[in-house]
Design a protein around this ligand. Structure first.
Ligand code: FAD
Length: 317
């Protein structure tokens, strides 16, 4: 079932979360344990992130280094299928421009079609760690919009080389990302919303926000996108604060502000447990306010935060 239908056909605010594929060489058991922890709250769907390969350098012992490519977290498609089979929950793999050519993506789409996994989150992806700006792969898309257009072509029965896709099953449906505090590369919010609208016109059925800690930013953003004529669900993405070190890591990684009130309270915490309790309580209040405003769904960024999310879900569902 498509995500937009899953979040519409519900009498209360829907619950969903995102998981990361296990690190290369580790098993899937920990991931299952995390899902088991959150399953009682009836997630409508589970997202599986995708991670591009990076360059790593191996010392050769003669003063020289050898450069090799490494994907630390492969397996998005297999993890999506494994979760779907084990739990019977809709899975939403992330599809990226970053690190993938159009042909690579076509093979991913074919695998997903065989597996009957047809809900996607379409993203540009993060730049490689060694890059200062995002660089697409040769014959790779530069923006999520171009990736969405490739998926539309696939749905229409056309491969990247123009030849026909002979077997067409349920078409892929997809959501995209959006940024209540603006994407870091965008010159201003208006430009960012302009490109969001293009993604919607291409076929995005909903958008999931970057994480945020100040609901006012979300409410203002939703108002602006509505004024721009964007009417799809804007699903808030939420992550509870857990450690004092995140006060600097989160703004650097996700380009978002943490409200001063939360920062001041976190600075007073003497242990990680105290910070986690504070972050959980902040998150509960955030979610309660979002629900009171009638958001269709709340999407949780669960990495490293499963136990906090369980506390939040207990309080709000
Ligand atoms: P785009 O929509 O391509 O936008 C990128 C920038 O270009 C924006 O500034 C936009 O305004 C501008 N822009 C958009 N289209 C055009 C155009 N056609 N011409 C000119 N400018 C344009 N990253 C991962 O690597 N893996 C993941 O699994 C992952 N999951 C995520 C899930 C969510 C919910 C979110 C919010 C982010 C996720 N990210 C992930 C991070 C995301 O890939 C980065 O934020 C990335 O920098 C931008 O992705 P996008 O899809 O928003 O890009």
């Amino acid at each position: 079932m498509r995500v937009v239908d899953l979040i519409k056909n519900t009498d209360k605010t829907a619950f969903s979360f995102e998981v990361l594929p296990p690190l290369k060489g580790t098993g899937i058991e920990k991931l299952y344990k995390d899902i088991d922890t959150l399953q009682e709250f009836c997630p409508k769907y589970i997202n599986i992130t995708t991670h591009r390969s990076e360059y790593v350098y191996h010392e050769l012992g003669n003063g020289l280094f050898e450069r090799a490519r490494l994907r630390r977290r492969p397996g998005t498609v297999a993890v999506a299928a494994a979760i779907h089979n084990k739990y019977g929950i809709t899975t939403v793999p992330h599809i990226l421009c970053s690190g993938f050519s159009r042909e690579d993506t076509e093979y991913v789409l074919l695998d997903l079609q065989f597996l009957n996994i047809t809900d996607l989150l379409v993203l540009r992806g993060d730049k490689a760690k060694h890059e200062s700006t995002f660089t697409p792969e040769p014959n790779g898309p530069s923006h999520a919009l171009e990736l969405a257009e490739q998926i539309n072509d696939f749905n229409r029965g056309v491969f990247v080389d123009g030849s026909p896709v002979k077997v067409t099953n349920t078409p892929f449906s997809y959501g995209v990302a959006c940024y209540p505090e603006k994407h870091e590369e965008s010159p201003n919010m208006e430009q960012d919303i302009y490109w969001l609208k293009k993604k919607v016109e291409a076929g995005a059925e909903y958008a999931v926000t970057q994480l945020f800690y100040d609901n006012r930013k979300y409410f203002e953003f939703v108002q602006k996108v509505r004024e721009a004529g964007i009417n799809i669900p804007i699903i808030p993405g939420i992550k509870p604060l857990r450690k004092k070190s995140q006060l600097t890591v989160i703004p650097k990684t996700f380009k978002v502000d943490i409200p001063d009130e939360l920062v001041q309270e976190a600075l007073k915490c003497e242990t990680d447990e105290a910070t986690e309790a504070l972050g959980t309580e902040w998150c509960i209040q955030q979610c309660k306010e979002l629900i009171a405003h009638g958001v269709p769904s709340i999407h949780f960024y669960s990495v490293g935060a499963v136990d906090s999310i369980k506390q939040v879900a207990k309080a709000i569902y």
